[in-house]
Write a protein that binds this ligand. Structure first.
Ligand SMILES: [Zn+2]
Length: 142
């Protein structure tokens, strides 16, 4: 996207975005532009700092709106290292730059489930191997 378009948002629109009064499509356009425009991100952070609605973070707005939150299955694929390129960059941006707590919680939950599933797989393999060994020993006896 050309730089001129990336930062084509008025202060009024950004304020509306912060107070969640902006139409969904325009909000999505802002969130999309934030990825490629550090300047827009900086503008929004500055506005958030002086916003009189109390302490509020970009991640908080993002989480409330869920406009561009990836699905749980997308995060699962991300954790399994099955996502690359632009989408991978977006997911990293979503977690680290935006700091979306909703998705961070989702990812943490998936990681816990993953570890539990891996542990279950290991004990199943172990149990099966032990079973085979017993069976082998039994059939080796006269
Ligand atoms: Zn999110």
């Amino acid at each position: 996207m050309p730089a001129a378009l990336v930062d084509d948002f008025s202060d009024g629109e950004l304020t509306a975005y912060i107070s969640e009064a902006l139409p969904l499509a325009r909000s999505a356009a802002i969130e999309d532009a934030l990825r490629t425009s550090p300047h827009l991100l900086e503008r929004l952070r500055t506005m958030l700092a002086i916003y009189d609605g109390g302490p509020i973070s970009l991640g908080e707005i993002w989480r409330r709106r869920h406009v561009s939150c990836p699905s749980r299955s997308t995060w699962q694929a991300y954790l399994a290292d099955q996502i690359h390129g632009e989408l991978q960059a977006y997911l990293q941006f979503h977690l680290s730059e935006i700091g979306c707590r909703y998705c961070a919680a989702n990812v943490a939950d998936l990681q816990v489930n993953d570890a539990a599933a891996a542990e279950a797989r290991v004990s199943k393999i172990f149990a099966t191997s032990v079973g085979h060994l017993h069976g082998a020993r039994r059939s080796a006896q006269p």
